[in-house]
Ligand binder design. Structure first.
Ligand code: GCU
Length: 608
């Protein structure tokens, strides 16, 4: 007998089939046990392990048996974490790594976010293994059986293990590879370190038989007081789901349709919209008949109107900066709350209201903390140079990565932009590839601004203007340009005489500019080759002067906040495997250009 729900007269009730999310929404708001910690591991450079069935973890039972592997006594790797930064001999390792650990099935009261109802349900509920990310591809084996595989180093995936767990001594084994391939995303080369490993949290999650699998609760794209709530149950059943926002006195019941989906829209009074200056978040709960998921959600509008970007109806200039998901001092992937805090606090000190999370979806701690701090985010998938746009399989992978990124973070109001590409060259195949991404993205989330960065703005002698000729850009909400005048190529004109005629009629963000400097290196500000802070500072001053003459400039994002590791960077003393375009060195030291950027952003904040 399903509860009949009385729907508020003000609610406009429609049932909508929500595409099934590839994993549950808001895993940290569920009942979970972390499987983080030290795992045993060994390298498998020639990919022999699968043939040897190492995932069965066999032990010799007689003197006729012997196995040329064992997890006992193997390396011990921290999970989450990349392997490159854990053993010196793994710094450059690109290949297969076998990870394994034992665990007992959790008892009902061992789950976090526990509440009494869940405790009772857990015993009869369902259990999922959830991985925050594994770089770059992996096969998952439980108790000797293959149960899942995933490709993509920066997005979550889950697999149901209900009924597969033994009370004691379950054996979880992952075959992980960070080997680069031409059909991957990113492909064969990229300007960041190819970290491999189980690089984010691993969890066992307990949910009831029927649970709220996915929801999307957001302010209308344009209306300041209209909230839409879409929900999807884990089963195709008609059940009541209740969305509550106590501070707004909202309690909206939704009856899902036969596909388990439902949607409601309702107007609210006295909504405090989230913004960088006032990052207001509300307690929101979504309750099914046997589960309840809570989290903080913010509500804001972000639109492109002509050449401006409006947040809650007001034009906002994007004072941005980029950073990789890397802690330079540790020379490793960032993965924790503390890591997120280090990166974002250094960005906040610069005076940003936005961060471009380069060049791939970063961990959920970073996204959630940025939201609490009032920092807008540009999140993107690593369609980064060298992608094979003619390969159908590659296109499908990009669509999957984009979907996974959006499903994970579309309830995060800090995310203002979904980025679909970085520095692609015009072609019919490229256009078709990116068009399919825009279609996929907008079918899941039509509220964000879709953007891509291009390095195609050139100085045209015939007109004396900077121009960009790429017929794809009109499909985007915002156009972004990476431009390295003074570094990869000289200034064709004086910065003060630079006239831009790029993406007229659309908002334009200069998504990358800058140059390299070794912290503490002084020298001529005339010579890029000096790798001096003085030259980098001069380059920044020149770019800031040029920005004053770009009519549709809606924001800038210097490349990059921190020096970061890259196999591209060969210079023995000035680089030594580091890209030195950081405003801050790999040891956290602020270079002269950092202060120039900080002061410029401060002046913009003051409306100067
Ligand atoms: C490119 C690219 C970055 C790269 C940067 C550089 O524009 O988008 O990922 O690190 O230039 O060359 O430093």
């Amino acid at each position: 007998m399903f509860l009949k729900c009385m729907l508020a007269a003000a609610a406009i009730v429609t049932s909508a089939v929500m595409e099934a999310a590839p994993f549950m929404t808001n895993v940290y708001g569920r009942d979970y046990v972390l499987l983080n910690g030290k795992w045993s591991a060994f390298t498998d450079l020639y990919d022999q392990g699968r043939k040897m069935e190492v995932y069965k973890n066999r032990k010799p039972q007689s003197n006729e048996e012997f196995y040329e592997y064992s997890f006992d006594g193997a390396m011990r790797l921290d999970v989450p974490g990349d392997w490159n930064s854990q053993y010196p001999e793994l710094k450059y390792y690109e290949g297969t790594m076998w990870y394994a650990r034992h665990f007992d099935a959790p008892t009902p009261n061992s789950f976090r976010n526990q509440d009494s109802e869940a405790a009772a349900i857990t015993a009869t509920g369902r259990t999922f293994l959830y991985f925050g990310a594994v770089s770059y591809r992996c096969m998952v084996y439980l108790n000797g059986e293959l149960i899942a595989s995933h490709e993509g180093g920066f997005t979550p995936f889950q697999v149901e293990v209900t009924g597969l767990l033994k009370d004691k001594d379950n054996f979880l084994c992952l075959e992980v590879s960070n080997r680069r391939t031409p059909d991957a995303i990113p492909a064969m080369n990229f300007d960041w370190w190819n970290y491999g490993g189980i690089t984010r949290d691993v969890m066992l999650v307990s949910v009831p038989q029927v649970f709220v699998e996915d929801y999307f609760i957001r302010l209308d794209k344009n209306e300041p007081d209209l909230i839409h709530a879409s929900v999807k149950l884990s089963c195709e059943v008609e059940r009541e789901v209740v969305v509550e926002i106590p501070e707004l006195k909202v309690r909206q019941a939704i009856m899902t349709d036969a596909s388990g989906c439902g949607e409601v829209s309702f107007r609210v009074k006295k909504l405090k919209r989230w913004s960088p200056d006032a990052p207001k978040l509300y307690d929101v709960s979504v309750s099914g008949e046997t589960d309840r998921v809570c989290e903080k959600i913010g509500f804001r509008n972000i639109v492109a109107e002509g050449e401006r970007i409006l947040v809650n109806g007001e034009p906002v200039f994007m004072r941005s900066v980029s950073f990789h998901e890397e802690i330079p001092q540790r020379m490793g992937r960032a993965f924790s709350q503390a890591d997120a805090s280090m990166l974002l606090s250094e960005a906040a000190a610069l005076g940003v209201n936005m961060v471009r999370l380069a060049h791939y979806p970063q961990n959920e701690y970073t996204v959630r903390l940025a939201e609490q701090m009032g920092i807008l985010l540009w999140e993107e998938i690593p369609v980064w140079q060298g992608i094979n746009f003619t390969d159908e399989g590659t296109r499908a992978k990009a669509q999957t990565m984009l979907s996974e990124m959006i499903y994970r973070d579309r309830n995060r109001c800090a995310v203002g932009y979904w980025g679909v590409a970085n520095e692609t060259k015009p072609s019919a195949e490229r256009n078709a590839f990116l068009d399919s991404l825009l279609h996929t993205g907008r079918s899941i989330d039509a509220t964000r601004l879709y953007v891509a960065a291009f390095d195609l703005a050139y100085f045209e002698k015939s007109t004396g203007h900077f121009e960009m000729h790429d017929d794809f850009i009109s499909n985007l909400d915002v156009v972004a340009v990476n431009k390295y005048m003074g570094w990869y190529h000289p200034w064709p004109v004086n910065p003060s005489d630079a006239v831009w005629d790029v993406a007229a009629g659309q908002p334009l963000i200069i998504s990358e500019f800058g140059g390299e400097a070794l912290y503490g290196q002084s020298g001529s500000d005339e010579m890029a080759g000096s790798w001096s802070e003085d030259y980098q500072a001069r380059l920044y001053r020149d770019n800031l002067e040029m920005f004053r003459h770009i009519p549709n400039l809606a924001g800038v994002s210097p490349w990059v906040l921190f020096d970061f590791r890259s196999p591209y960077r060969f210079h023995p003393s000035n680089q030594d495997g580091w890209n030195r375009k950081g405003l801050v060195s790999d040891r956290g030291q602020r270079k002269k250009a950092w202060y120039i950027m900080r002061d410029w952003y401060a002046s913009i904040s003051r409306g100067e």
